[in-house]
Ligand binder design. Structure first.
Ligand SMILES: C[S@@+](CC[C@H](N)C(=O)[O-])C[C@H]1O[C@@H](n2cnc3c(N)ncnc32)[C@H](O)[C@@H]1O
Length: 189
């Protein structure tokens, strides 16, 4: 990938940010796009990342705002619930919404050794594919676990309902849903 883009100074490593032995004060910037919300132990992860950053270094995170500000989350959940009452995850449980509360984000980053925590709200359409078929295939693949316990007919109806929602959101730029995110920046003390 880096070769294809003619980027010679990039290396790739698959590791758990919560426990990976990053070199002490080894980095100036840590970027996560929609990843940090899935940390199982956010205090451990942010403390470990902070340890690997130089004083003045900047973490930059993109996280989702709460589900009610993200039309795509409620649309997919409603379609794939297929009439079931789905449990709401406890606040802060790993998942798309776990870093949606600005106070929690400030608390977590400050406790880990960051200062000057700032959140900027961004609202942009999110793209799921060029057409409803493609978008539905992508999303139903990602969220297959939500229909795994349904019988064949009900799960078929759930996917049809997802497809219908995709068709309602087709635009001349593909399948788009409203979304709102936080761009979170801070500084290593
Ligand atoms: C929704 S994906 C986002 C992927 C990519 N950043 C993007 O924007 O397309 C969430 C990512 O968070 C990563 N992730 C979750 N917990 C992690 C951890 N403890 N350490 C490192 N990566 C983690 C997962 O491996 C996954 O790639």
């Amino acid at each position: 990938m880096a070769d294809k883009e003619h980027v010679a100074n990039a290396t790739f490593l698959q590791a758990d940010a919560q426990v990976h032995p990053f070199p002490d004060q080894g980095f100036d910037i840590a970027i996560s796009r929609y990843g940090a919300m899935f940390f199982g132990d956010p205090p451990a992860a942010f403390t470990n990342i902070a340890r690997g950053m130089r004083p003045g270094g900047r973490p930059i995170l993109l996280t989702w705002q709460p589900p009610e500000s993200n039309e795509w989350q409620s649309a997919f959940r409603t379609a794939l619930a297929a009439g079931r009452e789905l449990p709401t995850p406890p606040p802060g449980a790993p998942g798309p919404a776990s870093l949606s509360d600005p106070d929690r984000v400030r608390r977590l980053l400050t406790s880990a050794g960051f200062v000057d925590v700032r959140l900027q709200g961004l609202s942009q359409p999110v793209y799921f594919g060029p057409d409803p078929d493609d978008a539905c295939r992508f999303v139903s693949g990602q969220l297959a676990w939500m229909v795994r316990d349904l019988d064949v007919d009900t799960s078929g109806r759930a996917i049809d309902s997802l497809q219908a929602s995709m068709a309602d959101h087709q635009s001349d730029r593909g399948v788009l849903y409203d979304s709102s995110a936080w761009l979170i920046e801070a500084r290593r003390s």
